[in-house]
Design a protein around this ligand. Structure first.
Ligand SMILES: [Zn+2]
Length: 219
């Protein structure tokens, strides 16, 4: 799942108009933003095995701190509380926390049974939609389109940056997704982890676009 997480980030604007798109992306993708750094430090492990699933060649061997349900609940509380204290925005804080948790629930739908429930136990979960590329696309692409549509409907561009910056962002996300799904497997886990860091740019892009658009709903 990739653009499906961003879909929820876009769509959440309708319930939290005061929260920047960048913050919504940060929350929806939070555990996948932590994960590459945990890989680089050797705290978590992944293996590249072409053909492992119909969609991704990644075999998630060990990722209890970014992707176990219990850890994700903790990250959700941390992000929600930090935001709530800084911005004094209770709705925003709840929405961001829910977005962090949403990542795990969406991953649950697509991953093989490899998502741990807690960092210590052996119980893993995953409904493995990634066994089918058409089914994965049938879920994720309409989700993404719907999320973008909700964001566009609930905000208005203040200038060219708000209009074309958003179009560029949507296009870029789609291209990365296509490359992920259809392209060659990453050459190494090191390369994967470094490229994963580039996701922070998507968060910054979200902040930038949102600054050039205004919510239509009164905040
Ligand atoms: Zn994930």
């Amino acid at each position: 799942m990739f653009i499906g997480h961003f879909a929820l980030g876009f769509g959440a604007k309708v319930v939290a108009p005061r929260v920047s798109l960048g913050a919504l992306f940060l929350a929806a993708q939070f555990i996948d933003l932590l994960w590459p750094t945990f890989l680089l430090f050797g705290i978590e492990r992944v293996r590249i095995e072409p053909g492992a699933t119909a969609v991704t060649p990644l075999v998630f061997e060990h990722y209890p701190y970014s992707h176990s349900l219990l850890a994700v609940l903790c990250w959700a509380v941390v992000l929600g509380v930090v935001y709530g204290l800084r911005r004094r925005d209770r709705i925003g804080s709840v929405v961001l926390g829910a977005l962090v948790l949403s990542h795990w629930l969406l991953d649950l739908m697509v991953h093989r049974p490899d998502l741990p429930l807690s960092p210590w136990g052996d119980t893993v979960a995953g409904l493995h939609l990634w066994s089918s590329l058409p089914l994965t696309l049938a879920l994720e692409v309409p989700m993404f389109a719907l999320g973008v549509w909700i964001y566009v409907r609930n905000t208005v561009a203040l200038d060219g940056a708000g209009r074309w910056g958003l179009l560029g962002l949507v296009f870029f996300l789609f291209v990365i997704y296509a490359a992920n799904v259809l392209g060659a497997p990453p050459p190494s886990t090191q390369a994967l982890a470094w490229v994963g860091q580039l996701q922070w740019l998507l968060v910054l892009w979200g902040y930038w676009v949102d600054r050039h658009r205004r919510p239509l709903v009164p905040a």
